[in-house]
Design a protein. Structure first.
Length: 272
């Protein structure tokens, strides 16, 4: 369950309104069905390597239960590993085994539902970079196509760089899957996220606005996209990354103090 402060952009004629509108508390819930099983269908390229794949599954009457999640879905999705192959298309492709595990735990990102069966295509999508966005190679239309395709690369790019263009597209995506679940009760509006991708976008926007989204400085971190507890935090809290940071600090200290010691010995030698 996600708690989100929202402000309605209405006039403030009422004494209860502010100069910007009305402050309304909202609770966002998860409201989509989980699959009974997930099947994989590979799409091969001319070289015989997997270029994309389809995931499909029969949806059950069981609703998603966020209390069973060990990790937040936006962080889990951003850190899914890539499939390494010899495809003619060099763009990254999410590892199919990792994606199946993700769908079984969190549900389909969005997908197409036909008679209770949900299908979703996972494609090789080029990863946007600062250079591509800066020179206009990635225009609004291109970023929009990445958003519609539930691109992990779009989420990662926004997470790492804070790109205004990418965040704007994710903000647009976050408006596509909400429904009023019940009328305000006790001053709180309950809103349902009807698909996982919408929730991922909303959670990212919340944490990005709070300055929590960051990439771990350890180049070998297996899950580099993390949520920091303070703005100066540069590594995630995984044990290996903490050890890596401690070793770097110790090595830096040793080099600095070794240099000081060498300088001191030279001065002492000259004094003699």
């Amino acid at each position: 369950m996600v708690k989100q402060q929202r402000t309605a952009k209405t006039s403030s004629d009422s004494p209860q309104g502010s100069e910007h509108g009305y402050d309304i508390r909202a609770v966002v819930t998860c409201n989509w069905q989980m699959p009974e099983a997930v099947d994989l269908t590979k799409q091969m390229d001319f070289s015989g390597c997997m270029d994309s794949y389809w995931l499909s599954g029969i949806l059950t009457s069981v609703k998603v239960n966020h209390l069973k999640w060990r990790d937040s879905p936006h962080r889990a999705f951003a850190n899914l590993p890539h499939f390494i192959g010899q495809s003619l298309n060099t763009a990254p492709l999410i590892d199919p085994k990792a994606m199946i595990h993700f769908v079984k735990r969190y549900g389909f990102l969005g997908g197409v539902v036909d008679k209770g069966r949900c299908t979703e295509e996972i494609l090789r999508l080029i990863m946007p970079t600062r250079e591509l966005v800066a020179d206009g190679t990635f225009d609004t239309k291109t970023l929009h196509s990445l958003g519609d395709a539930h691109s992990q690369g779009l989420l990662q790019f926004a997470w790492e760089t804070g790109s205004e263009e990418a965040i704007e597209e994710i903000s647009l995506q976050a408006t596509k899957g909400f429904a009023m679940e019940q009328l305000p009760a006790g001053g709180v509006v309950q809103i349902a996220a009807t698909n996982l991708w919408t929730l991922i976008c909303l959670l990212f926007l919340r944490d990005n606005a709070a300055g929590k989204t960051a990439r771990c400085a350890n180049p070998d971190c297996p899950a580099p996209f993390f949520l920091r507890s303070r703005r100066t935090q540069k590594i995630c809290e995984a044990g290996d990354c903490v050890i890596w940071a401690q070793r770097r600090y110790a090595l830096k200290w040793w080099h600095e103090n070794q240099a000081k010691g060498a300088t001191k010995k030279v001065r002492e030698g000259k004094a003699k």
